[in-house]
Design a protein around this ligand. Structure first.
Ligand code: NI
Ligand code: MN
Length: 220
């Protein structure tokens, strides 16, 4: 499968001709056009994750998978939705996904309660990929490592609202994932980091730092 980084916490997975879009806040990729997307996932209600999800879904009919309250919010605004709770696999025609806890908050851009913030574990082409959403370091990650054994972890590293680099390094040890993709950094001044610190510290613990340029791609 291919992973296409769309800036901030937004990614597109491409597998066997199908495309899956996660947290489509697309301000950093003005030339990107979401086309033929099979499924959209949104980790929580904050504007920098909900992004263009409702617009895309309302225009194209692509369903948004999100936690119950957030799915309802999107459905009321014309989106097609798949609502889920935390903790049960859902099968799709490209693989499966499960919502896992994130420790953060979740309200919509207009201030409504949006349910629990989530991370997502995907199983695609025999690979397990964990997108942490926005979260602090938390012991749940040890459980995610034990139960799901992610091959690749996408972790926020910008600090202030989420984990910083140091905590992301600890998280990747707890998750026991060989490859770590950083996200949620350098989008705004408040979450500025030196990405070389991340790369160095992840290498020091024997893991592979996979820094993807904005609009860049990697094979997973
Ligand atoms: Ni957030
Ligand atoms: Mn965020």
């Amino acid at each position: 499968m291919e992973i296409h980084y769309l800036g901030h916490s937004a990614f597109e997975f491409i597998t066997n001709g199908k495309k899956i879009l996660i947290d489509p806040f697309l301000v950093q990729v003005p030339n990107y056009k979401p086309q033929n997307i099979s499924n959209i996932f949104v980790t929580h209600g904050h504007g920098d994750h909900l992004g263009s999800a409702i617009d895309i879904s309302a225009k194209t009919g692509t369903p948004i998978t999100a936690v119950f309250e957030l799915a309802n919010y999107c459905a009321k605004r014309g989106a097609k939705t798949i609502d889920m709770g935390l903790g049960a696999w859902k099968e799709y025609d490209w693989g499966k996904a499960i919502l896992v806890p994130a420790f953060h908050s979740s309200s919509t851009p207009d201030g409504q309660y949006a349910g629990n913030p989530c991370g997502i574990v995907f199983e695609i082409e025999g690979k397990t990929i964990y997108h942490a959403g926005d979260t602090c370091l938390n012991a749940e990650m040890k459980t995610i490592g034990e139960i799901y054994e992610p091959d690749l972890a996408m972790l926020p590293i910008g600090g202030k609202y989420t984990m910083d680099i140091e905590h992301a390094v600890t998280a990747s040890e707890w998750l026991n994932s060989a490859v770590v993709v950083p996200m949620h950094y350098n989008t705004f001044d408040a979450i500025k980091v030196d990405i070389n610190d991340f790369t160095r510290q992840i290498r020091e613990i024997g893991k592979v730092p996979a820094v993807i340029d904005i609009d860049g791609r990697m094979e997973a």
